[in-house]
Ligand binder design. Structure first.
Ligand code: 7PM
Length: 270
């Protein structure tokens, strides 16, 4: 069994620390573009208790500039090597089949694709390996998804879409025990949609795949608290804690140390 599969059997949620290597990343503001500081960031997240490091080289922000395959590889591969050297479980946040392919050569543990492996060749690349994959729900595409998100019932529609995607993955030979699901907070969703998903997070249990939740510093936190990105840390930790208490298995966060502390507290009570 893989290292990640073993960890997923534990009852306690896992903290996934976000390493963004893009200069236009909305919350790290280009702080972690050079290799030395990215390395320091990887190390400090591990020290703070992150069990997975999520490495991304392309911003999904609406209107973000597109990144070439080579550019993304240049950003991501050295960071994968660094995280691997530090014994982390490594996740790569990418939508490009070529990047997935190269990441797999470095034996990453998880491929996290906000586009759910819809790019040409992506599903094929992951199906010919034994890597774990995270499939995320998104309505529309990053550039325009927040213009007018609409659902009759956001919870059942997101669940149905994930169930359909799991079936498509299984058809391509990816067994369900390799799949992690994510409702995709903020990806083609209004605040109201995000809140409904959070309120009914427990109901995702019926899909029977580990649930990943990413709300860290997102607009929804800013809307609820009326705070800028720099001031969304506490709200993000509380939202992640709520998610953990309602079935989330992996918490994708910027504020690793604080989230790990929150998990230690709730674990002590379980
Ligand atoms: C701009 C807009 C920059 C949005 C970054 C983001 C998720 C993810 C992201 C998530 C999974 C962010 C997002 N969000 N992968 N990648 N789930 N699985 O806020 O919610 O970090 S990028």
């Amino acid at each position: 069994m893989s290292k990640l599969a073993k960890l997923l059997q534990r009852p306690e949620p896992l903290v996934m620390g976000i390493l963004n290597t893009t200069p236009d990343s909305f919350s790290d503001g280009g702080q972690f573009v050079d290799k030395a500081s990215a390395e320091a960031r990887v190390k400090s997240m591990i020290e703070a208790g992150a069990e997975i490091i999520d490495i991304g080289g392309e911003s999904t922000r609406p209107g973000a500039t597109e990144v070439s395959v080579q550019q993304e590889l240049d950003r991501v591969l050295p960071m994968i090597e660094c995280a691997k050297q530090n014994d982390a479980i490594v996740s790569v946040d990418t939508s490009k089949a070529e990047v997935m392919q190269e990441a797999l050569k470095l034996e990453v543990d998880l491929i996290n694709d906000v586009r759910s492996f819809t790019a040409p060749g992506a599903l094929k690349v992951v199906s010919s390996s034994d890597v774990h994959i995270c499939i995320m729900h998104m309505q529309g595409e990053p550039r325009t998804m927040q213009q007018n998100p609409q659902y009759d019932n956001v919870v059942t529609e997101v669940q149905e879409a994930l169930i359909k995607r799991i079936a498509e993955c299984e058809e391509k030979g990816i067994s369900k025990n390799r799949i992690i699901i994510d409702p995709g907070f903020g990806f083609g969703k209004t605040l109201e949609h995000n809140c409904q998903l959070m309120k009914q997070l427990e109901s995702f249990r019926i899909i029977d795949c580990p649930l990943l939740v990413g709300v860290s510093r997102k607009t929804m936190i800013g809307q609820i608290l009326d705070k800028d990105i720099a001031e969304r840390g506490l709200g993000s930790v509380v939202a992640a804690t709520y998610a953990a208490l309602n079935g989330a298995k992996i918490l994708r966060v910027h504020d690793v140390e604080e989230t790990v502390q929150a998990m230690r507290i709730i674990n002590a009570f379980q």
